[in-house]
Design a binder for this molecule. Structure first.
Ligand code: ATP
Ligand code: MG
Length: 318
């Protein structure tokens, strides 16, 4: 059976200067990325700043169409949709960004922010009881994310960062999506608030049978939430597997480097500390004979090798 989300050989290249500041040369921010997400699961995407996580998520939504590759969601190939069909289809997919301030209009009450989505989508103009239904739905959505509906006339600046992110989540849920892309949704929040938002997201996933692509630079957080994890480095997925594969049996040197950046954590390991020797060259432990991580040949093509069922790494054939 096919997966709910299928990303195949996705590539996004920016031409000329742009943010990457690479002069007139083109710059590949997402490089032949492939992964699948099963329905009602959380897929974690982890990697350092600038590795291409946001570019990938914008491409998956077709906000910035990919240069090449395929995105199939719930059996629909997005490249085959007309602009109006794509707009309609996007209601199945919503994205929550890192900074709630950039997602909420400061001049609009939170009630109106949420209504904006509802009016166009769920209730046709002229339908009987339309106003009452919209009001009830706004209250339901706020209640769902733990915001007191009585506060709905207030403006974004009257809420804390965590509350604002709850409101952004409520607005994303207004269109009843199946799939949420969460791009560093808690990175701007205090640690204590982060946990509350994470728990809310987990609860919503269960209640509404949602599927998440959860993006973060924090491997610890991603491992707490996810069913499967992909590690991204310089536009490529260098390792992908179950949480157990990545946390207990990591193979790629870059995944291991991510562990060393988690304070006090080497990896989950039944109480015993593991020491990784990450060598820049020739580190091939975990790979079958004939493969290596550093080919020494700049023209060599990386490939994705499945080393165990569902556990793959990017490497070179010697
Ligand atoms: N519109 C654009 N034009 C040119 N280059 C871009 C554009 N958007 C992003 N880039 C470049 O693509 C690369 C990946 O950026 P992206 O924002 O996807 O990274 P990220 O992993 O989300 O980083 P962060 O963790 O800081 O959010 C960066 O080098 C960035 O400068
Ligand atoms: Mg980003």
């Amino acid at each position: 059976m096919s997966s709910f989300v299928e990303i195949k050989e996705l590539e996004k290249t920016f031409r000329g200067g742009g943010l990457a500041g690479k002069g007139s040369q083109s710059f590949t921010a997402v490089d032949r990325v492939s992964f699948n997400i099963e329905s009602n699961t959380i897929f974690g995407l982890v990697g350092e700043s600038g590795c291409g996580k946001t570019t990938l998520s914008r491409s998956v939504l077709y906000l910035d169409p990919p240069t090449s590759g395929q995105i199939i969601i719930d059996g629909t190939d997005l490249s085959g949709l007309s602009p109006s069909d794509l707009r309609a289809f996007r209601k199945k997919i919503q994205i929550v960004f890192q900074d709630p301030n950039s997602s909420l209009n400061p001049k609009m009450s939170i009630e109106n922010s949420i209504k904006e989505g509802l009016q166009n989508i769920r209730y046709a103009a002229g339908a009987p009881d339309r106003k009452r239904k919209i009001d009830t739905r706004v209250d339901e959505l706020l209640d769902l994310v733990g915001i007191t509906p009585e506060h709905k006339k207030r403006y974004p600046h009257e809420f804390s960062g965590g509350q604002k992110q709850r409101i952004v989540i409520a607005r994303a849920l207004a269109v009843e999506p199946d799939f949420l892309i969460l791009d560093e949704p808690v990175s701007n929040l205090d640690v204590s608030i982060q946990a509350q938002i994470i728990n809310l997201l987990l609860e919503l996933k269960q209640r509404l049978s949602l599927t998440y692509l959860f993006i973060s630079h924090d491997l610890n957080l991603v491992s707490y939430l996810s069913d499967r994890i992909a590690v991204m480095y310089k536009g490529r997925i260098v390792e992908c597997g179950s949480v157990d594969d990545i946390m207990r049996r990591p193979v790629h040197p870059y995944t291991m480097k991510l562990f060393s950046s988690i304070p006090g954590v080497s990896r989950i390991d039944d109480g015993t500390e593991q020491v990784f020797h990450v060598e820049e060259d020739g580190y091939c432990e975990g790979l079958p004979a004939g493969y290596c991580f550093h080919s020494g040949n700049p023209a060599a093509e990386q490939q994705v090798l499945e080393i165990n069922d569902g556990h793959s790494v990017a490497c070179f054939k010697i």
